[in-house]
Design a protein around this ligand. Structure first.
Ligand code: FMN
Length: 194
């Protein structure tokens, strides 16, 4: 299968490090056969999620279409007080069953490795029955990236690993989930049969 990989950028900062690392990872994944899309929430602005309103807008339609399209997703965020950006949390609030059976990778721009940040995103994804790669990538501007370019060989190798792992593990998990949707076997995928 040709895996469809969506990158979600959630920093509103000009020259964002998390967005730069995400863009590089999407490019790297192409050589492993991925089709890619970048959803940059700085450009595609979502209103605050409101469960009382049935929300429709061109932006929301685009975001929904991108999430439906994706087989696997990379979430990229700055570290804000040890958690994800409000923009990322707001994006996640719009979705639930759409994440089931998809594999997620994580990138965080932080001066402190961003472990709690990525754990928070991983928890949200788990609540929606998405899979997560067992590691995340931490980026520190200045020492890893300068003017959107990688200056650390270690970061370059880790982004390459993320790109490769998401293509390989993301494809395997997605294919099995789609197969299970059509079977009558006892699996969590049964919940998502139409
Ligand atoms: C409101 C706010 C809170 C922040 N909290 C932290 C923090 O807790 N730990 C940290 O390492 N950096 C923190 N930072 C710094 C950003 O995470 C850091 O500059 C990051 O590289 C920004 O990512 P970006 O370039 O993708 O926007 C904070 C920045 C802002 C604006």
């Amino acid at each position: 299968m040709t895996i469809k990989l969506l990158g979600v950028a959630s920093s509103l900062r000009e020259n964002s490090s998390s967005t730069a690392a995400l863009t590089i990872t999407l490019d790297l994944s192409k050589k492993y056969g991925a089709q890619t899309r970048l959803l940059n929430l700085k450009q595609t602005k979502l209103p605050l999620y409101d469960p009382n309103e049935s929300q429709t807008s061109t932006e929301l339609q685009k975001v929904e279409e991108d999430v439906e399209w994706a087989d696997a997703i990379i979430l990229a965020t700055p570290d804000y007080h040890g958690s994800m950006s409000g923009v990322m949390k707001n994006f996640l609030d719009y979705f639930w069953s759409e994440f089931a059976g998809k594999t997620f990778g994580y990138i965080c721009a932080s001066h402190e490795k961003g472990l709690t940040v990525m754990d928070h995103m991983r928890t949200s994804v788990r609540q929606c029955y998405g899979w997560s790669l067992p590691y995340g990538i931490s980026v520190s501007d200045g020492s890893d990236l300068k003017d959107g370019k990688i200056i650390s060989q270690r970061l370059k190798s880790r982004l390459e690993m993320l790109a490769r792992d998401l293509v390989v593990y993301g494809s395997l998990l997605r294919q099995q989930f789609v197969t299970d949707l059509d079977s009558d076997l006892p699996t969590f995928a049964a919940h998502y049969r139409k």
